[in-house]
Write a protein that binds this ligand. Structure first.
Ligand code: URA
Length: 189
């Protein structure tokens, strides 16, 4: 994957960031793309969004080390703002170019549940008909796994300025994670 030239994002990224987790994981969590910290570390969800995800998983009773965590797009897309590297949302063509890598991960892990976090992951996994706001909190039909769902991206919570709003969105995110964990138990039982 480090030699991938499927789109131009490799040019400005430090490295491609692949998914991480157990090969036998039942749950696959899919984010958008590596952020600044992930681009440097070479691991998904290790920055601020990752810390929020960890906290939400813990509240939902999900063991991150038992899951497989990855992104729809494997290179960090950014533009300079002073000394900072500002996140840029990947274009449809970049999501498409990266989809074979995500498909290969799904094929290798064969998860019982896939959860798309945010619009980019939702688009890559389920296509353009699935919308985060309309479809979160319900079970989707997907050939990828018996349990399939969408929720918001943890960064969307971090961006909220009002404390109460942030707490409410966090609680909703945890509820979506719990919904997937429960559906997973149902599918297994
Ligand atoms: N945001 C993502 O979507 N993925 C990461 O790995 C980090 C931040």
């Amino acid at each position: 994957m480090q030699g991938c030239r499927g789109c131009e994002l490799y040019e400005e990224a430090t490295q491609a960031v692949f998914g991480q987790g157990r090969k036998a994981a039942e749950l696959m969590l899919v984010g958008e793309q590596p952020g600044d910290k992930e681009d440097l570390a070479g691991e998904p969800f290790v920055g601020p969004a990752g810390r929020l995800l960890d906290r939400a998983l813990e509240e939902a009773g999900i063991d991150r080390s038992a899951a497989y965590v990855t992104n729809a797009v494997k290179h960090f897309k950014w533009k300079p703002r002073g000394k900072r590297r500002l996140h840029q949302t990947p274009r449809a063509g970049e999501i498409e170019a990266c989809r074979p890598w995500l498909a290969a991960e799904v094929e290798a892990v064969k998860p019982q549940a896939v959860l798309a976090m945010g619009a980019t992951a939702a688009r890559s996994l389920f296509g353009t008909k699935v919308r985060v706001t309309k479809d979160r909190g319900r079970q989707l039909e997907s050939p990828l796994a018996p349990v399939a769902a969408v929720t918001i991206h943890p960064s969307a919570i971090l961006r909220l300025r009002e404390h109460d709003e942030r707490e409410a969105e966090f609680a909703g995110f945890v509820a979506d994670l719990e919904g997937v964990a429960n559906a997973l138990q149902g599918a297994a039982g």
